[in-house]
Structure formats: structure tokens, C-alpha cells
Design a protein around this ligand. Structure first.
Ligand code: PLP
Length: 357
């Protein structure tokens, strides 16, 4: 079997050998004291990563399901969806499909969600929740979640729902001080684990409101998760390999140190931005919204992205060629999770060699 190319796409991201090894730990029963001990350690670890005491749910399906969980458990009236890229747009589809009323706060792609715009909307109308994507993976745009949290504090009836799929575990998100009621992520981005598993943290008031909402279904109801939360178990058979992987990655995170981890992501983002400019390209996201985990680069130099892709593959790397309509015009370089300075520099060097090879 040929070796798979090293992933330099913004998810799934590269999984290191030591994490892959943790995934092959022999299975244990999902209603045993051993699993409760494992889950208890994982929950405490994730709470530290998120600076929170909120309840952590370990979910054996991708994060898309958690968009629905966020809405179903907190919105009876209307939700304000902030839309500035492909994933925030898809989240609206979820609200639409389940028949929840919503308004949109829309931005051109490349721009971030602005706290003052949310304040204007919330001053004009009552919303149960504001839903936004912290880090738009489609465009490499990261919004200022701290500022947005400050605004939400003026509107206590409006809960803050945050998709942190491509920022959680790569960027400091102080959930309790920001006041995030529901934050969600999947494991295949800055957590650096295989895909198919997700993580949520729910505030006390989110859980209380959920109890008053009927017809939430079963699998996405917070009630279902709460029933097993205090047993340190999951409501249904979890992906046990992901639990071993999460424990391993948390050990790696604490060995590195949280502040060092945030700093590494910032540093690597800077390296990519400077490299892109040096190569004659420009950055897609507006300056103040540049993401710490993924950079979108305008292909101003008209490089032949498909040819570069083929050459990179033959050198053992899988590149990103851009998301959706941006394909070919804009490409992305991820710098999150298990990517360290030496990995990134190696990739950029090989990339350079592949431009006119
Ligand atoms: N939200 C964002 C910002 C994403 O980047 C993605 C996937 O790339 C998703 C949500 C969907 O996550 P999943 O594929 O785990 O359902």
C-alpha cells in the first residue's frame, strides 16, 4: 500500500502517528468504570482548553449535527444568523429545514462578523439567539468573538451560539468570560484527530432553557446528553477510538502548554501570510479578520494550481485548491493542530519547488 499524502487541507488535517496509535487501543465497554474514568479525564481536559465549567458533550457524529442541536435546544422564537461564508450559510439551511424563524446579518465573503452590527440588530428586535461561525474555514476569516460576547451581555435573553469547528483547540476561546452558551467543534481540524466526532459545551442557562422546549427529537436533545453527563458516559455507544485519541491529544496539548499552543498557531499564521506576500500573492481575508488556523491566498500570480497539486501529490503532500466558487482563484494553507513550524516550513519549501517545476 502506498503511503498517504500528508494533509495540508483545512480539514481533515494531518494526524500524527502517536495519535493514530492511540486510535488502535483495544476497545472497552461503553458502560464500564474504565470508560467513565476516561470520559471524566477528557471532560476536565476540554473544560481547561475552553476555560469553562460548562457541560461538555462528546458526540459521535460530525459537527453539522451540532448546528441543529444548538438551534433546537435554545430557539423558540427567532434566531439571528450571521453569514459571512459557506459554513455560516449552511447553518441557516439547518434552521430553515427545521422550521425555525430567522433573520440574517450578511457580509461579503472575506469580512468578519462585527459586534456593532449585532448590537444594532438586537436593539431593533428580540432574538432568542445569535448564531455565528467564529472561524470561517471557507475564507480564512476569524471574527472577534470577545467583542461580540461583550455586546451579547447587554441582551441577556439572547444566547450566543458559536461554531468553533476550525478554531477550537487552536485559538484561545475563554468560553466563560465571553459568555458563550453553546460552542461546537469537530475533531478533524485544530484538534488534529480523524473526522466523524464532535464536541460541544453548553452553559447552565442553555440547559435550563432547553428543558422548557418540547419536540426537540431524541438524538439532538440536551436532555438525552444530560441524563448521562453525571455518569461520565455518553447516551449511546460512542466512537471509542475517538475517546482514546482525545485523551492523547489533550496530553499533547497540556505538555505543550495552552499559551504556547495559542502562540504557535499565531506564529505559523504569520509565517504563511509573510510567505504569500513574498511570493507576490495577496491575502483574501480583510486584515483585521485574518485567521490564526487557516490562510486563504488570492492567486494573483495565476499559478497553475492543478499542476502544483499534482506535483505536490507526487512529493507526498495534499494541498487545498480553494473552497466552492473560490476554487482556482483562492487557495488555502492550514496551520493548525499537529502542524508545527518544521512541518509548515517543509511544506512551503516543497510548494515553492512545485510552482514552476
Ligand atoms: N463549520 C465549519 C466552520 C466547518 O469548517 C465545517 C467543516 O469543514 C463544518 C462546520 C462542518 O463540520 P462537520 O464536517 O464535522 O460536520
Amino acid at each position: 500500500m502506498s503511503k498517504s499524502p500528508k494533509l495540508f487541507i483545512p480539514g481533515p488535517t494531518h494526524v500524527s502517528d502517536e495519535i493514530l496509535e492511540a486510535f488502535s487501543t483495544p476497545q472497552i465497554g461503553h458502560r464500564t468504570p474504565e470508560i467513565s474514568e476516561l470520559i471524566s479525564d477528557i471532560i476536565k481536559g476540554i473544560q481547561k482548553v475552553l476555560y469553562t465549567t460548562n457541560h461538555i458533550y462528546l458526540v459521535s457524529h460530525p459537527a453539522t449535527g451540532l448546528w441543529e442541536m444548538a438551534i433546537r435546544n435554545s430557539v423558540r422564537g427567532k434566531v439571528l444568523h450571521c453569514v459571512n461564508g459557506a459554513f455560516s450559510k449552511k447553518w441557516v439551511k439547518v434552521s430553515s429545514e427545521i422550521g425555525v424563524e430567522y433573520d440574517l446579518l450578511e457580509y461579503d465573503w472575506g469580512k468578519g462578523v462585527q459586534a456593532e452590527d449585532i448590537e444594532r440588530k438586537l436593539s431593533a428586535e428580540k432574538y432568542d439567539a445569535v448564531a455565528l461561525v467564529h472561524n470561517e474555514t471557507s475564507t480564512g476569516v476569524m471574527s472577534d468573538i470577545d467583542k461580540i460576547g461583550e455586546v451579547l451581555k447587554k441582551f441577556p435573553q439572547t444566547y450566543l451560539l458559536v461554531d468553533a469547528v476550525s478554531s477550537m483547540a487552536g485559538v484561545k476561546i475563554d468560553v466563560d468570560s465571553i459568555g458563550i452558551d453553546f460552542i461546537l467543534s469537530s475533531t478533524q481540524k485544530a484538534w488534529g484527530l480523524p473526522a466523524g466526532f464532535s464536541i460541544a459545551a453548553a452553559s447552565d442557562r442553555f440547559i435550563s432553557r432547553s428543558k422548557k422546549i418540547r419536540n426537540k427529537g431524541y438524538i439532538l436533545s440536551v436532555d438525552t446528553y444530560e441524563k448521562y453527563y453525571f455518569k461520565n458516559q455518553t447516551p449511546y455507544t460512542p466512537s471509542i477510538p475517538h475517546l482514546f485519541g482525545l485523551k492523547k491529544v489533550l496530553d499533547i496539548i497540556f505538555q505543550e502548554g495552552l499559551e504556547n499552543r495559542w502562540e504557535r498557531h499565531k506564529e505559523l499564521a504569520k509565517v504563511v501570510r509573510e510567505w504569500a506576500i513574498k511570493m507576490g500573492q495577496s491575502l483574501y481575508a480583510e486584515g483585521q479578520f485574518l485567521s490564526d488556523t487557516v490562510t486563504s491566498i488570492n492567486n494573483d500570480m495565476r499559478w497553475d494550481i492543478n499542476a502544483i497539486n499534482e506535483r505536490l501529490l507526487s512529493r507526498g503532500f495534499r494541498m487545498d485548491r480553494g473552497y466552492g466558487d473560490l476554487k482556482g482563484e483562492v487557495f488555502r494553507i492550514p496551520h493548525m493542530g499537529n502542524i508545527y513550524a518544521e512541518d509548515l516550513l517543509e511544506y512551503l519549501n516543497v510548494f515553492e519547488e512545485c510552482i514552476d517545476a
